[in-house]
Design a protein around this ligand. Structure first.
Ligand code: LLP
Length: 434
C-alpha cells in the first residue's frame, strides 16, 4: 500500500502533514515516502519466492541519491543507462558490482567507466555494440560481462512511446537472429557471456504479454545455459501502477481494490504466472522494475496561482508546469489531482489544470472535477514518484523543483530548489559579443 492519506482534512505522507512541507520548502516540491518504497520492494521480491532473484531498480524512474541509498539499504542493485547514472550509484554509496548497464548507445567512455567499476553486466542491444565493448575491454585487458537483449516481438498493449518489445522498436535483437548474435559474441576474446535479457515495455496493465515474452525467450535461455554456461535471465521491468483513484483506494495498484481473481497485474499475479515458467531454468532471475518501485511513492506539491473563469471553461493555474512533470503533456497521462486541505463544504469545480508555461501543451488535466480551490491553496499530483523529477527540465528558465523524503514523522530536503545562479552557472557570454 502507499502511505498518502487524509488525516482529518489534511493530506499526509506517512505521519507528515504535506502542507507543512510546502510551508517550509515552497512549491513545486516532490515528496517521496520511504515506507512506500520499502513496501514495494518487499512486495515484489516476495512475489517471486522460489527463484534466485536479483532486483535491479531501474533508476531512470527516480535517481535521487537518497532514493538510491534507500533501495541499496533494502538490498537492491541497479539498472542504469548512462555514465551519469553509474556515477550516481557510486555517489549514493551503492554497489556497481551487482548492477547492470542497459541502453542502445553506450559510449566508449561510459563502457570504460563501467568496466573500471566492475559492472555486473552490460545489456547489449546490437552487434556493433558487441564489437565496441570488446574493443574497450581489450584496451583495459579485462573480459566484459555481457547479456544480449532479445526483442521477443510481443505487443505490450501500452502507450506507443513506451512499448519496446515489438520488432519495429529500436530495442534488442530479434529472437530469430539471437543465436547468431551469441555465436558472434562468443568469438570475441574480451567478452564473457553472462546472461540474456528482455524488456517489453513500461506501464503494462496485464500479465499476458509478460507470459508470452517469457514463453518465447525462456527456451532460448535454456539453450544458452547449455551452450555457453550463462548464469542469468533478466526479464526487465514494466509492471504498471494505478494512476486513477490512486489516493482514494489507498492501494499500491488499483487492482488491489478489485475482487481477487479479477486483478490483471499485481506482483502476486506476476509472480504466480512467471515463477513456474522460470523455476526450471536454474538461472538467476534479474528484474528491472522502475515505476512500480517509486510511482505511487511520490507526489508533486503545487500552489494555486489563480482560478481563471473563462467563457464556458475554468482554468486552474498552478505553480507547477510541464517542465516539472512532463508526463501529461508527453503521453497524455493521467495524474490524480487532490487538495492538501479537504473541505467537503466546498463546491465542486470543473477546470483545466494548467501551468504557467507559454504553450497550450502545459496542461495537466482537461475538464477535471475537483474541490474548488483558490489562490494560495495547495494541491498534490498523485503517483508522481516515477518519471516525474527525473524527466523534468528548466524550460522557461524555471529551476528544478525541490525534493523531500519522508520517513515516519521525519522529513528532510534531499534536493534543494535550483537557484538562478545554479541554472545559469555554466553559461557565459563569448568575448566576441562583449
Ligand atoms: N528496463 C529497461 C531496459 C527499460 O528500458 C525500462 C524503462 C525499465 C527496465 C523500467 O521500466 P518500468 O518498470 O519503469 O516500467 N518515461 C516513461 C516510461 C519510460 C520507460 C523507459 N524504460 C513514462 O513516464 O511513462
Amino acid at each position: 500500500m502507499h502511505h498518502f492519506r487524509y488525516t482529518g482534512p489534511n493530506l499526509q505522507c506517512e505521519s507528515v502533514d504535506l502542507a507543512e512541507v510546502a510551508r517550509l520548502y515552497g512549491t513545486p516540491t516532490y515528496v517521496y515516502s520511504a515506507a512506500t518504497m520499502a513496501d514495494n520492494y518487499a512486495r515484489l521480491a516476495g512475489s517471486l519466492t522460489g527463484l534466485d532473484v536479483q532486483l535491479c531498480y531501474a533508476m531512470k524512474a527516480n535517481s535521487n541519491l537518497a532514493v538510491l541509498r534507500h533501495f541499496a539499504n533494502l538490498g537492491a542493485a541497479f539498472d542504469l543507462v548512462s555514465g551519469g547514472e553509474l556515477r550516481r550509484v557510486i555517489a549514493a554509496g551503492a554497489d556497481v558490482k551487482r548492477s547492470v548497464f542497459a541502453g542502445v548507445g553506450k559510449t566508449e567512455g561510459e563502457i570504460k567507466l563501467a568496466l573500471e567499476n566492475g559492472i555486473f553486466s552490460f545489456h547489449v542491444e546490437s552487434e556493433p555494440e558487441l564489437a565496441r565493448i570488446n574493443h574497450v575491454a581489450g584496451q583495459l585487458g579485462v573480459k566484459a560481462p555481457i547479456a544480449i537483449r532479445i526483442n521477443p516481438d510481443v505487443d505490450a498493449h501500452t502507450h506507443a512511446k513506451i512499448t519496446t518489445g515489438k520488432s519495429d522498436n529500436k530495442f534488442g535483437i530479434p529472437l530469430k537472429y539471437a543465436a547468431a548474435a551469441y555465436e558472434a559474441a562468443a568469438k570475441y576474446p574480451y567478452l564473457a557471456l553472462k546472461g540474456v535479457q528482455m524488456h517489453i515495455g513500461s506501464q503494462l496493465t496485464e500479465v499476458g504479454p509478460f507470459v508470452e515474452a517469457v514463453g518465447k525467450v525462456a527456451p532460448f535461455a535454456a539453450e544458452l545455459k547449455a551452450k555457453f554456461g550463462i548464469s542469468y535471465f533478466s526479464i526487465g521491468g514494466g509492471i504498471g501502477i494505478v494512476y486513477r483513484e490512486a489516493l482514494a483506494s489507498g492501494a499500491q495498484t488499483w487492482w488491489d481494490t478489485q475482487p481477487e481473481g479479477t486483478r490483471p497485474l499485481t506482483p502476486e499475479v506476476y509472480g504466480a504466472a512467471l515463477v513456474p515458467r522460470l523455476k526450471g531454468l536454474g538461472l538467476k532471475i534479474l528484474l528491472e522494475p522502475g515505476r512500480f518501485m517509486v510511482g505511487n511513492a511520490g507526489v508533486l506539491l503545487s500552489r494555486v496561482e489563480h482560478l481563471k473563469r473563462g467563457a464556458g471553461k475554468n482554468f486552474l493555474i498552478v505553480d507547477a508546469a510541464m517542465n516539472d512533470l512532463v508526463r501529461p503533456a508527453m503521453y497524455e497521462s493521467y495524474h490524480e489531482i487532490v487538495p492538501l486541505h479537504r473541505d467537503s463544504s466546498r463546491r465542486a469545480l470543473v477546470a483545466d489544470v494548467v501551468g504557467p508555461i507559454c504553450e497550450s501543451g502545459d496542461c495537466f488535466a482537461k475538464d477535471r472535477q475537483l474541490q474548488e480551490v483558490g489562490e494560495g491553496e495547495l494541491i498534490a499530483f498523485m503517483s508522481a514518484g516515477a518519471y516525474g523529477y527525473a524527466m523534468s527540465s528548466r524550460y522557461n528558465t524555471r529551476g528544478m523543483a525541490a525534493e523531500v523524503l519522508v520517513k515516519d514523522s521525519a522529513f528532510e530536503l534531499i534536493n534543494g530548489r535550483e537557484t538562478f545562479e545554479q541554472m545559469t552557472g555554466g553559461e557565459k557570454i563569448p568575448a566576441f559579443l562583449k
